[in-house]
Design a protein around this ligand. Sequence first.
Ligand code: G
Ligand code: G
Ligand code: MN
Ligand code: NA
Length: 255
Amino acid sequence: FALELDLRAALEREEFRLHYQPIVGASSCHARGAEALLRWQHPEHGLLEPDRFVPIADRTGLIVDIGGWVLAQACLQGARWRKEGVEGFEMSVNVSAVQFARPGLLAQVECALAQSGFPPSALILEITESSLMSDTGHAEQCLRALKTLGVRIAIDDFGTGYSSLAYLRRLPIDVIKIDRELIGEVDRDNDAEAIVRAALAMAHSLRLKVVAEGVETAAQEILLQASCCDSLQGFRYGRPAVPAAFRFGSLTPDR
Ligand code: G
Ligand code: G
Ligand code: MN
Ligand code: NA
């Protein structure tokens, strides 16, 4: 498949880009951080979204080098935004199951932090439930090693897998990101609302912070604020965009 060959050269040719989507504090709706989202500016196919090439990068192992680049870039951008006076700005970076399983991740994170001066506690690594579930013993060891650097760990797409909740107690997790499928239904479906409220209550009793993903409507925002969700992310506050397009301050549309 041609994309696989192109992917090998894409790093050298500097064809990868990071777009940033704001994550806002739930009560203020001010940007408190961003999620870095990878794009590939392909010379023939145009701007490709990760679903088109991250699975190939995972399968071929290229995700290791690409992921190192992502960590370095995201920390540099986060450090720039902090310098511009955005106090406490946090950066979230996705880590695939393949990246998570490889031993080099720790050194990559350490290097990205050292070269950028970005504070470890402001870096959040997003890991999916399924990455943690395949080998929980190994996962625990990897997470504890990452935690020694001072970074935080978020569970991405929370509520979609078939994980047991027991791991939340055992693993050093700081944040859960409730999947956008649930959030999309939260203002229309009583069962979705009940699940989100229960997840929030459970997370808070475990002293975890909660981010709701995929917030698009005022009704969802109001409900999540009333449920004491910590942070919100979704098209309502901004789509993933190039760094120059990133906005600070209050991002909620008038309601
Ligand atoms: O931006 P978009 O909605 O197209 O992202 C789709 C998926 O791609 C997300 O679920 C996200 O987890 C994954 N993704 C985005 N950026 C990165 C990245 O830098 N590294 C890895 N491994 N996955 C990413
Ligand atoms: O799996 P992960 O959470 O990393 O995926 C992030 C992806 O979710 C991004 O690619 C982004 O484009 C997408 N996304 C972010 N906000 C919204 C939203 O409000 N609605 C929808 N449909 N997708 C969103
Ligand atoms: Mn994510
Ligand atoms: Na997600």
